[in-house]
Design a protein around this ligand. Sequence first.
Ligand code: GLY
Length: 349
Amino acid sequence: MKQQIIRANNINKDLSAFLKSLNYNGLFVLCDEITYTNCFHKIQTIPEIKTAKKCIILAGDENKKIESLSKVWQFLSENRANRKSVMINLGGGMLTDLGGFAASTFKRGIRFINIPTTLLGAVDAAVGGKTGINFNGLKNEIGTFAPAMAVFIYSEFFETLDTSNLLSGYAEMIKHSLLNSSPNLNAVLSFDLENIDYKQLNRLLFESVLIKEQIVKEDPTEQGIRKALNLGHTFGHAFESFSYELNKPILHGYAVAWGMICELYLSFIKLNFDKNDLIKVTRFIKGNYGKFPLECEQYSRLYELMQHDKKNESEEINFTLLKSVGDIVINQTASKQEIEEALDFYREY
Ligand code: GLY
């Protein structure tokens, strides 16, 4: 099914027009307690939404679990949702992942619309059809590939985000620009994250979403080129897990930003990635994200965490690297020594 990405200037008008164009039987809205309070009012006056049934679940990744999912299935069942029904998921990545999974499995699948309310959700989770929940202590262990019929990108939601959540989403935009082209990368790296121009952010965000959409279109189920989207994530997931072990949790996008420095360094030593581009990206990330304090003695734990990364298909650690901006090489590996050298670069540059 084709996923429509809609850049909404006026969410009320644009969503209402979209709903009017649909043929459906039963409209359902899923929010979490936070998006219900902070975001729902932006759409609640739409006549179709006024009469829709609403389900509110607990917020936070710790609630991306079977109990919340069961609540949504129960709600759909009690309200007689059927194959012609539509569900709207209003929230961040946790909500759109869980809501998409609930919809894609209820009666073998009903249509759903994602309205991401965080930058990270808009640039990544809501687009591309990955749905799921955490299970057995593992993130996104159960899920489906099921695209939303439409994703509404409405940047007003992001204007109330705190800086760290905004930066967290922005890291995925840096990633997309590295996978695409130098002009897009230059625009992303010239953006002033300290004095945000939301109109410009909206433009950059939309371009970024289209880069992801293009990759997903080529490989919706991640058999090949979609692995490009893992750039920065092998080191990134290790940083993220390590931060939890140290009881100093960091946001996903920060971990990915720092992971990108390490993986661009690997790209530089292994595939001749341009040193100026490495330095340019490193400076931007260090300037805006600071750095995760790291000692040499901690390298071995990070290495172990990388060995357990679920992206590995054999004993070797799997990376997506770049020959140059936009020239992607998937399924790369690196020796322990190269990984440590990348960590040295990350610490010392
Ligand atoms: N978040 C990476 C992907 O959607 O494939």
